[in-house]
Design a binder for this molecule. Structure first.
Ligand SMILES: Nc1ncnc2c1ncn2[C@@H]1O[C@H](COP(=O)(O)OP(=O)(O)O)[C@@H](O)[C@H]1O
Ligand SMILES: [Mg+2]
Length: 206
């Protein structure tokens, strides 16, 4: 199978499943860890990711899951057009990340890693998908939702600085349009930004 991404947590391969294009997300063993602990962590994270993907599916497009094993998830391949590469040409596309994050928050799901590599446009359904639920959790705490929004702000500052202002404004528009308590959550984000090392850096909105 062809390796298409190597992360700290998992390797991503492109393959086939029952005659369809598929992505194999494999949590490889870490040689420096005690093997029983390593195995348990890989199993727990894999199961959690699959569960959270299914829960998220009620409100946002996520890849169809074909198979879940101890350290592997086989899922629908939704394509290669990531928001990361599209945002530079069309900063208003950030709105979709705002909407999706807002819909997740509205049903009590924190994404945990809302970066622009985790949002992919699927050409066959003409829709954006959100992926990578390895750090997701069920929560009702505004702090957790604010952490997601803060992470988006960080990603935009670091990876999309040339379009930061328009992109982050579009993101917030999308987020506010679907999130009941967006105002309160944004207040919490400001708190995070003020008390952290982030205060030293300037961002237009905070
Ligand atoms: N279902 C999928 N369809 C298409 N591409 C995917 C899919 N899952 C992962 N990828 C690709 O692999 C990359 C890494 O996968 P991801 O689940 O985000 O793992 P990581 O934890 O390493 O970020 C993604 O940014 C995307 O480019
Ligand atoms: Mg990712």
């Amino acid at each position: 199978m062809e390796l298409i991404s190597k992360g700290a947590e998992a390797d991503i391969y492109k393959g086939r499943w029952a005659g369809l294009d598929a992505i194999y997300k494999v949590r490889a063993s870490k040689p420096y860890m005690i093997s029983e602990l390593d195995e348990r962590l890989r199993r727990e994270r894999t199961v959690r990711e699959a569960r959270m993907m299914l829960a998220a599916r009620q409100v946002v497009p996520t890849p169809f899951i074909f198979y879940v094993g101890n350290s592997i998830i086989v899922m629908e391949d939704v394509g290669r057009r990531r928001l990361k590469e599209e945002l530079g040409n069309k900063p208003t596309e950030a709105r979709i990340l705002g909407e999706y994050l807002g819909r997740l928050h509205s049903v009590g799901i924190m994404h945990g890693d809302p970066n622009t590599s985790n949002v992919i446009f699927n050409e066959s359904s003409n829709r954006w998908y959100i992926i990578d639920f390895g750090l997701s959790l069920h929560t009702r705490r505004f702090e957790d939702f604010a952490t997601d929004v803060h992470l988006v702000n960080e990603v935009f500052i670091v990876q999309h600085q040339e379009v930061y202002e328009e992109a982050f404004r579009s993101f917030l528009d999308g987020y506010s349009s679907v999130t009941e308590n967006a105002g309160l959550i944004v207040e919490k984000v400001k708190e995070i930004e003020r008390r952290g090392r982030y205060a030293r850096r300037r961002s237009f909105i905070f």
